[in-house]
Design a protein around this ligand. Structure first.
Ligand SMILES: [Zn+2]
Length: 321
C-alpha cells in the first residue's frame, strides 16, 4: 500500500499506545483490587515470601520442603486467580495475536499495522476533501444538455461515458493501465468525479493523495528548500497508489515545479501507478505551458476526456434564487 511514512508511523504508534494503555489499565485494576480486598493482598504477600523461600530451599536440597512450597504456591495461585476472575481483572491480551504487537511478521509489516494505516489514511484524506457529498451516485447527468452540438458531440452522452469510465476505473483499481486527464471549462463536474474516485479508491484501502496542483507542488517545493532532509511530500506524490491533481494550470509555475511535475508524470507512468489530473486548460495550452515532453507522456499514458456543457455551479446557483 502506498501510504506515507507518517501514516505508517502513526499506525505503529497506535498499536504500541494501545498495548501500553491496556497494561496500564490492568495495573490500575490490580491496585484497586489490593485496596479493596485484604485477602487478595495477603495472598500476594504470601506468594512473594514463598517465592523467596523457594530459591533458598532449591539450593539446600530439602526436597520435602520444596514440594510443600510448590503445593502451597499452586493453592494460593488458584485462589488468587479465582479472586481475579470474580473481579473481572484479566491480563491484557494482544492487539494482534499474529505479531504479538511487534508490528512485524516474518520480516515484513504485519497486516494489523496496514489495517490501522488504511483507517488513518482514509480519515485524514476524508477530512481534507473540499466537498463531502461527491459520489458517482450524486453525479447528476440531468445538468448536461441532451442535444447535439454543432460539432456533433452531445454533452449528456459524453458525461455518461466519462461517468461510466470513472466507475470502471474505481472498480478495476489497481488493475488499471491508464491514467486520466479531465479537460474542460470550470463547473462541468471534473472535480466532482475526481473526488468520487478518491472516495471509492481510498475506501478500498489504497493510499490516495489528493490536492490542488498549487497545494501539492508548493508542499514539495517548501520541503525541498527547507533542506530538512525529508522528502515525504515528494515521495507521496511519486509513490502513492493513486494521485489526483486538481486544477492543474492555476498553480504558480517555477523551474522547480516544472521538473517536479515532469518527474511525477514520468515516474508514475514507468512504475504503473495511475494519476488523475483535472485542468481547465486545453491540450494545446497544456503543451505550451508544460513542454512537449509532458504532453507526449499524456498522449502515451492517459485517457484524455473533455467535459462539455454549461457551468453546473451557475445552474445550481440560479435554481436557488
Ligand atoms: Zn500484527
Amino acid at each position: 500500500m502506498g501510504y506515507s511514512k507518517e501514516i505508517y508511523d502513526k499506525a505503529f504508534k497506535f498499536i504500541s499506545d494501545t498495548k501500553k494503555a491496556k497494561e496500564q489499565a490492568y495495573l490500575h485494576s490490580l491496585d484497586a483490587l489490593r485496596g479493596l480486598d485484604k485477602n487478595f493482598r495477603d495472598i500476594e504477600v504470601s506468594l512473594s515470601k514463598l517465592g523467596s523461600e523457594l530459591v533458598m530451599v532449591a539450593f539446600s536440597g530439602n526436597t520435602k520442603r520444596l514440594d510443600e512450597i510448590k503445593e502451597e504456591c499452586e493453592k494460593l495461585t488458584a485462589e488468587k486467580n479465582k479472586i481475579l476472575k470474580a473481579a473481572r481483572v484479566e491480563k491484557p491480551g494482544f492487539y494482534c495475536d499474529k505479531c504479538q504487537d511487534s508490528g512485524y511478521l516474518g520480516g515484513s509489516v504485519c497486516g494489523c499495522v496496514k489495517e490501522v494505516a488504511r483507517k488513518f489514511a482514509f480519515e485524514e484524506l476524508s477530512s481534507s476533501l473540499p466537498l463531502n457529498d461527491c459520489s458517482f451516485d450524486s453525479f447528476d447527468l440531468n445538468f448536461y444538455p441532451d442535444t447535439d452540438m454543432a460539432d456533433g458531440s452531445n454533452p449528456r452522452k459524453r458525461a455518461t461515458a466519462i461517468l461510466n469510465l470513472c466507475r470502471q476505473f474505481a472498480n478495476d483499481f489497481p488493475s488499471v493501465n491508464r491514467s486520466l486527464l479531465f479537460m474542460g471549462d470550470a463547473g462541468l463536474g471534473k472535480t466532482h468525479l475526481s473526488l468520487s474516485l478518491v472516495r471509492e479508491i481510498s475506501a478500498k484501502g489504497y493510499g490516495v493523495v489528493y490536492g490542488s496542483a498549487q497545494n501539492l507542488f508548493s508542499a514539495a517545493e517548501k520541503e525541498h528548500f527547507s533542506f530538512s532532509g525529508t522528502q515525504t511530500a515528494e515521495e507521496s506524490l511519486l509513490n502513492c497508489d493513486l494521485l489526483v491533481i486538481d486544477d492543474l494550470g492555476t498553480e504558480f509555475y517555477s523551474a522547480f515545479t516544472a521538473s517536479l511535475f515532469y518527474n511525477i508524470i514520468n515516474s508514475r507512468l514507468l512504475s504503473g501507478k495511475p494519476t488523475v489530473i483535472n485542468t481547465n486548460l486545453s491540450f494545446n495550452e497544456l503543451e505550451k505551458k508544460y513542454s512537449e515532453r509532458i504532453a507526449s507522456r499524456f498522449i502515451g499514458g492517459y485517457d484524455m476526456k473533455k467535459f462539455i456543457g454549461s457551468d453546473i455551479r451557475q445552474i445550481k446557483a440560479l435554481k436557488n434564487i
